[in-house]
Design a protein around this ligand. Structure first.
Ligand SMILES: Cc1ncc(C[n+]2csc(CCOP(=O)(O)OP(=O)(O)O)c2C)c(N)n1
Ligand SMILES: [Mg+2]
Length: 340
């Protein structure tokens, strides 16, 4: 059994726990604020194409980002802004891609969430539906051929994607090759508007891991401490050579599939259940409860990345100021296809 330093709730409360918790929390908060900004720009007609948010999934996502190291590989989902930021993606990459700027990593050829930085291990997304798992497998195999050990690859997908052929082929390959793959499934109860009972008949998605000879772990995706522990342990296991790991996080998407979707089909009972609790709010309460934000005036100042500070900082981002963003001109636009 691989142990990690993270044992939330223990009496000794190691400082490493508070540090990693606060780090993840900061990225959750930053991603939520950035997401809100994208949503408002979309409603103002300033973003073309879709806007897809990670609301309600930030605890899981940030846990991935903080569990990985330089040299690892991450194939994020459309809802993984928190994880991307925690893994080191510059904020401007998100802003520039959404705003169609040629200064962005996709040079305005792609409109929203398909961006990546191959050199830094963030794989640009092909599809939300399982296609990236094989790409992570391939990257891990290539690194093995080059004698690069100690590398972990995380593929992040939704529960809907676990019903695709791409998912099953890639899981099987990862198991046979004993790849250091961590398959993180955000079970947000819906694939677009299709509820889980119309998607699969197994009791838990973790059962699918067993069928491939892969270790599976379930976690409450609304609980940051639990996500940090379970994702962190899965990454440590994969890194130590125990083969692929699958983590299934139970949570609820607290937004539409994209900003074009009012999500009126979501069952109110689910919203009222534990799955529907806001992981960011829960994490913030935990920070305050444990006194990690300091006390009194100090608390305001040190509560990690306090909302005001984050918002003020965001306003300073040049691309958001007026019209200073360099959108493609007819000349540069003609040189590339713009996909949204
Ligand atoms: C081949 C293909 N079919 C359909 C779609 C449209 N589509 C994109 S995401 C999605 C649902 C994905 O659900 P899930 O895997 O549960 O992820 P979630 O959106 O819930 O995070 C659908 C139907 C697509 N992008 N590609
Ligand atoms: Mg889903």
């Amino acid at each position: 059994m691989v142990r990690t330093a993270l044992k939330p709730g223990t009496a000794e409360e190691p400082s490493a726990l508070s540090q990693v918790y606060l780090k993840a929390f900061r990225f959750m908060l930053l991603s939520r604020i950035l997401d809100e900004k994208f949503a408002s720009l979309y409603r103002a007609g300033k973003i073309h194409g879709g806007v897809f948010l990670g609301r309600g999934q930030e605890a899981l996502s940030a846990s991935i980002g903080v569990s990985l190291k330089k040299g690892d590989v991450f194939a994020p989902l459309i809802r993984d802004l928190a994880g991307r930021l925690a893994f080191g993606e510059p904020i401007l990459d998100a802003v520039r891609t959404y705003m169609g700027s040629p200064l962005g990593p996709m040079r305005s050829r792609d409109g929203n969430v398909h961006r990546g930085r191959i050199r830094d291990g963030i794989l640009p997304m092909i599809s939300h539906l399982g296609a990236m798992i094989s790409v992570v497998n391939g990257t891990l195999l290539a690194r093995r051929f080059h004698g690069m050990d100690n590398v972990v690859g995380v593929a992040s997908i939704g529960e809907g994607a676990t019903s695709t052929g791409a998912f099953h082929e890639a899981m099987n390959q990862a198991a046979v090759e004993k790849l250091p793959l961590v398959m993180v499934v955000a079970n947000n109860q819906y694939a677009y508007s299709t509820p889980n009972h119309r998607q699969f008949a197994c009791r838990s998605l973790v059962d699918r891991a067993v069928g491939y000879g892969i270790e599976g772990h379930e976690v409450d995706g609304t609980d940051l401490g639990a996500c940090l522990r379970v994702v962190g342990e899965a990454v440590a296991r994969a890194r130590s050579g125990r083969g692929p790991q699958m983590v299934v996080a139970e949570l609820l998407r607290l937004c539409g599939h994209g900003e074009h979707d009012d999500s009126s089909y979501v069952d109110p009972k689910l919203k009222a259940s534990r799955l529907g609790r806001d992981c960011l709010k829960a994490a913030e309460e935990e920070v305050i409860r444990r006194g990690w934000g300091g006390a009194g005036r100090d608390r305001k100042r040190s509560l990690p990345g306090g909302r005001k500070r984050c918002k003020r900082w965001m306003r300073r981002l040049r691309p958001f100021r007026g019209n200073r963003l360099r959108i493609p001109t007819p000349r540069t636009g003609a040189r590339c296809v713009h996909v949204t």
